[in-house]
Ligand binder design. Structure first.
Ligand code: HEM
Length: 393
């Protein structure tokens, strides 16, 4: 069994995990990390095979790192297996289905128009807090439909919930009281009568009234909406702007051919995956590349590493929007593939369309990384935008 003492949770590794990922991919198809008692899968083929075999790679004993947190979150959609998962996901995913995106498109387009026009006019802004946060914070938080205090605290709560998805380090410990505050809010305040009757949160209680899920699970299921619906997309948008600032040639290609937008979204998610890993627990003894793993082992699926595996993507660190990597694993795959991906893609493409209309070039002025146990990307990205000169326009 290949073993490594690398630590994926130091500040340095949260900022730049890629040298560690490369080392792990070279070390083996499975690498035991004794520090966290995790068996890491760093290569593309193995991560993909695990994602599409839930019978062996189970989510029912949760998908995080810390044993106590894993025990506490069993049973939410993310941390369940079929048939429970199938029932939960069909309720949770209803407002997020592709055919429901038509309902939100006009609002997203209007907000994207407004924010892009205003920021481009200013010429300089924080692409993380002023651009990327805008659609999730105005439209998506509204769709969830929490009472006002909940809406304003959603980002803080979500960041804390992501922090407790790592090992019990300082980030985890400091986040715990914030997570508890959210859980109390979900149980006492995010309830019928106080939530928007047309929102996603209310829709969970309506499904419980119809007997599709149990009412007791509704507060915990709120986690499935509150945790992943904002920061993931905010980071994806910010990462994308940073990549285009660094690669003006690729921005030129996208502006010249808008049909490249979906590929640009996939390529930036591949290269800078906002959710670098989740885990699974083996339900039976299993062998990977000749290495035996015992039933009960917790296996870390390193999406961020798989997406940069040179065995699957030639010249993997190159940002190339003509690559068309629609098989990337940034949204996971299989039973638990991101249920919000249609919404995330819609937000990303709506913004890219508006930016492509108005921006000739992005220039990064400064950036600050986000340090979080469960997410990766930039907390701030100060950019200047350059417009077309009238002659070129
Ligand atoms: C670019 C943005 C996003 C990224 C990178 C992302 C990433 C992921 C990943 C990797 C998974 C797989 C979990 C696993 O393998 O166990 C996942 C699942 C999930 N995502 Fe997303 N996500 C994004 C946006 C969203 C949005 C906007 C929502 C909206 C509510 C959302 C809701 C969920 C939920 C509920 C699950 C659990 C699905 C299940 O267990 O069946 N995500 N996401």
């Amino acid at each position: 069994m290949p073993v490594s003492d690398v630590d994926l949770y130091t500040e340095e590794a949260r900022v730049d995990p890629y040298p560690i990922y490369e080392e792990l991919r070279e070390t083996g198809a499975v690498v035991y990390l004794p520090r966290y008692d995790l068996y890491a899968l760093p290569r593309y083929d193995d991560v993909r095979a695990a994602l599409t075999n839930w019978q062996t790679f189970s989510s029912a004993r949760s998908v995080f790192v810390d044993p106590l947190m894993n025990a506490q979150l069993e049973g939410i959609t993310l941390c369940s297996d079929p048939p429970d998962h199938t029932a939960l996901r069909s309720v949770l995913g209803r407002p997020l289905r592709q055919d429901r995106m038509r309902d939100v498109t006009p609002r997203l387009e209007a907000e994207a128009d407004r924010v892009v026009t205003e920021l481009v006019e200013r010429g300089r802004f924080d692409a993380a807090t002023e651009l990327a946060e805008h659609l999730p914070m105005t439209v998506v938080s509204d769709l969830v439909g929490l009472p006002d205090r909940g809406r304003t605290k959603m980002l803080e709560w979500a960041a804390a919930i992501w922090n407790v998805q790592g090992p019990a380090n300082t980030r985890f410990t400091e986040a715990m009281p914030v997570v508890e505050e959210f859980l109390a809010f979900a149980a006492n305040d995010a309830v019928p009568g106080k939530i928007d009757p047309g929102g996603w949160a209310a829709h969970l209680y309506q499904a419980a009234d119809r007997g599709e899920i149990s009412k007791e699970t509704c507060p915990a299921l709120m986690l499935d909406y509150v945790t992943p619906s904002l920061d993931t997309t905010i980071l994806a948008i910010t990462n994308m702007i940073a990549l285009f600032a660094e690669h003006p040639d690729q921005w030129g290609l996208l502006r010249a051919d808008r049909s490249l937008i979906p590929h640009a979204i996939n390529e930036s998610l591949r290269l800078e995956s906002p959710v670098p890993q989740f885990s699974r627990v083996l339900t039976e003894n299993h062998e990977i590349d000749g290495i035996p793993l015992a039933a009960g082992s917790r296996v870390a699926l390193l999406y961020g590493s798989a997406n940069r595996d040179g065995r699957h993507y030639p010249d993997p660190a190159r940002f190339d929007i003509t690559r068309r990597p629609s098989d990337h694993l940034a949204f996971g795959r299989g039973e638990h593939v991101c249920v919000g991906m249609h919404l995330a893609r819609l937000e990303l493409s709506t913004l890219l369309e508006r930016l492509a209309d108005q921006v000739a070039r992005f220039e990064t002025l400064s950036s600050t990384p986000l340090i979080n146990n469960g997410l990766r990307g930039l907390k701030h990205l100060e950019v200047a935008v350059h417009r077309d000169t009238p002659a070129a326009a």
